[in-house]
Design a protein around this ligand. Structure first.
Ligand code: C5P
Length: 235
């Protein structure tokens, strides 16, 4: 008798583990510390992102991945039950460390620490789609700008049709076995986990993203996040 669990059954009732890679040294925000550790209303972007995941009510465990020299300090600042592991040189190395730490999770979310204001309802929608049987789910928004590809000299090499383009956000959600397979079968370094999963031939579905899930990357983004969380102008 075949007693193997059907992957779709595991997804519908399985354990959800969220990975938050925050091990980059990027200081594009100009605040003198890596982006994930910039503060917004007294809490780091990483803490905001972790709180959003916990508030969603659909995540069983959160694992954050940070620079090796920050593991102890970050662990002390996060709620009980949130695990902290050391990341690697590239973002993909950090996600890989998180996948290993997640053990036997059935569903994995990968969430940018810099998407600090992501509404918990978006996180819940990603998980609901996975539980309904999707194996890879990515929030996405139409793009407002026309996007061009360029070569190293800045010369335009193409203009993709804008209506077919989407800006993707996080959390990106995956059947855990699929994400493990995607990471096991390639050493490609990427900024996008869904891109690795696409290489396996799996179907990645987009769902409607949320403007508030924007990535806080530039000083302008940070100013917007500060305005949006200003207690004097918001109820
Ligand atoms: O630089 P970028 O915004 O694409 O980084 C996305 C996320 O990946 C950030 O939260 C960053 O901290 C994380 N990262 C990581 N390990 C690295 C490089 C980036 O966890 N080696």
């Amino acid at each position: 008798m075949n007693t193997a669990t059907d992957p779709a059954d595991a997804r519908s009732g399985g354990r959800v583990v969220a990975l938050v890679p925050a091990a980059g040294q990027g200081t594009r925000l100009g605040e003198g510390v890596p982006k994930a550790f910039v503060t917004l209303r007294g809490r780091t972007l990483l803490q905001w992102s972790v709180d959003g995941l916990l508030d969603s009510g659909v995540v069983d465990r959160v694992i954050v991945i940070v620079p090796p020299d920050r593991v102890a300090a970050v662990g002390a600042d996060l709620p009980d039950g949130v695990d902290v592991v050391a990341g690697g040189t590239e973002r993909t190395d950090s996600v890989r460390a998180g996948i290993t730490a997640a053990g036997d999770a059935d569903l994995l979310l990968v969430h940018d620490a810099a998407r600090a204001l992501t509404p918990p309802r978006l996180i819940a929608r990603v998980v609901a789609e996975l539980r309904a049987g999707r194996e890879a789910v990515v929030p996405a928004l139409p793009v407002a700008d026309t996007i061009k590809s360029v070569d190293l000299l800045g010369v335009v090499t193409g203009t993709p049709e804008r209506s077919e383009l989407r800006a993707v956000q996080t959390p990106q959600g995956f059947d855990a076995a699929l994400l493990r397979r995607a990471y096991d079968t390639t050493d490609v370094v990427t900024t996008d986990d869904a891109g690795l999963v696409e290489r396996t031939g799996a179907r990645v579905r987009t769902i409607a993203g949320e403007p508030l899930a924007f990535k806080i990357t530039t000083p302008l983004d940070l100013a917007l996040a500060r305005a949006l969380t200003d207690p004097d102008t918001n109820e």
